[in-house]
Design a protein around this ligand. Structure first.
Ligand code: UD1
Ligand code: UDP
Length: 372
């Protein structure tokens, strides 16, 4: 029986690997185990609980204010010890672009274990943006034996880097599988969200802009520009609300609370559980974000997205016109949002529902390949 270990550690990896891990648990002829590095703790545990995922191994690496080296060293040695002392699989599945992903792939490579890379082939072509995720992706592509690419664009990026075509499987993005899994069961916010302003805004049909932001390359000046832009927009548009579930990273918490903490129509709330965030996306006016996953989910929900980054490795929705890059630049953010508030035809044009990142069958395609 083939032995497969699925490894993830952060919120987005957990969301995007959850359905795959659940399905692999029930696939015949595959012995499947789950390892979490816990690069994130609370934000990971929210997802584990939601999908009722029970990890077989938990490296518990997160420390507050960790830097890239802290995480990397702990994941690399933790995975080495696991392979050496606890369980040596035939194949390790990693996801995307995080420190967990790269260091797990490296540990597997050192232990002569094959690597399957889920969400392979995304590229901006700029190693500084997103940092360090672009480098992690490029490096994992060198180490992986099989590449599950969400789109044809992603496949072409891999071909250009010399990856053999028969090692690439185009699957769609597993985030759409998770989004559909959750949104099909969704009729309201969960009871856990009751202390936030969200249920009231939805009940009273108030317009709100949903915000997320956490990218490393935006720390410092970028975050100040982002927060100053939100402040200006909130003061100029008092009939709009601005809801920001703030990432737990201290580099994010500090400027956000300092600049936006005292505004009546800006609501800084704790990270939402995934179903509540999906429900909040469904009802928002637009999304302002630097997140990768949100750029993929919002087009499926017909919500316009302004991306507070200069580059994106997800160009498909930008080309389709429902996602727009505004950078971490105050003036561009203010102009971009204000235009979508004032220009209704433009807004309507950006609310087109489409699925450039998949149809919700990515997991099935990955498992079909793994069963071969
Ligand atoms: C990481 C990933 C990034 C991904 C993001 C998703 C890397 C290099 N970065 O960045 O690609 O987009 O996750 O959110 O892998 N914290 C908590 N509790 C949590 C999670 C985080 O307190 O549940 C705080 C801790 O102080 C921690 C800090 O946030 O030290 C930073 O976490 P880390 O995973 O290193 O970086 P992210 O910015 O979250
Ligand atoms: N998300 C969530 N709760 C929140 C904010 C985001 O569940 O309060 C979800 C979002 O729907 C997406 C994922 O988290 O699936 C994105 O995670 P993040 O922005 O942390 O990372 P990235 O996608 O940028 O790597």
């Amino acid at each position: 029986m083939k032995k497969i270990l699925t490894v993830f550690g952060t919120r987005p990896e957990a969301i995007k690997m959850a359905v795959l891990a659940l399905e692999l648990n029930n696939t015949s002829n595959i012995e499947h185990k789950i390892c979490v590095t816990a690069q994130h703790r609370e934000m990971l545990d929210q997802v584990l609980e939601l999908f009722d995922l029970k990890p077989d191994f938990d490296l518990d690496v997160m420390q507050h204010g960790q830097d890239l080296t802290d995480v990397s060293v702990k994941v690399l040695s933790g995975m080495r010890d696991l392979f050496r002392n606890q369980w040596k699989p035939d194949l390790v599945l990693v996801h995307g672009d995080t420190s967990t992903c790269f260091n797990t792939a490296l540990a597997a490579f050192y232990a002569s274990i094959e690597v399957g890379h889920v969400e392979a082939g995304l590229r901006t072509g700029n190693m500084q943006s997103p940092f360090p995720e672009e480098a992690n992706r490029v490096l994992v592509s060198k180490l992986a034996n099989i590449h599950f690419a969400p789109t044809e664009t992603n496949k072409n990026n891999l071909l250009k880097e010399g990856i053999a075509e028969d090692k690439i499987v185009v699957t769609g993005n597993t985030v759409i599988d998770s989004l559909l899994y959750i949104s099909n069961q969704l009729s309201d916010f969960s009871k856990n969200v009751k202390d936030t302003v969200l249920p009231l805004l939805v009940e009273q049909h108030k317009k709100y802009i949903l915000i997320t932001g956490h990218r490393r390359e935006n720390f410092g000046d970028g975050f100040i520009q982002i927060c100053e832009a939100i402040k200006e927009l909130a003061l100029a548009n008092t009939d709009f609300h601005f809801v920001y579930p703030v990432h737990l990273n201290p580099n994010v918490q500090k400027p956000v609370k300092q600049i936006l903490g005292a505004l009546n129509n800006v609501h800084l709330i704790a990270p939402l559980e995934y179903p509540d965030f999906v429900y909040a996306m469904k009802h928002c006016y637009l999304l302002l974000t630097d997140s990768g996953g949100v750029q993929e989910e919002a087009p499926s929900l017909g919500k316009p997205v302004l991306v507070m980054r200069n580059t994106t490795e997800r160009p498909e929705a930008v080309t389709a016109g429902t996602v727009q890059l505004v950078g971490a630049n105050k003036e561009n953010i203010v102009n971009g949002v204000q235009q979508l508030i004032d220009d209704k035809p433009l807004y309507k044009n950006m609310t087109r529902l489409h699925n450039p990142y998949g149809d919700g069958n990515a997991v099935g395609k990955i498992i079909d390949f793994l069963k071969l």
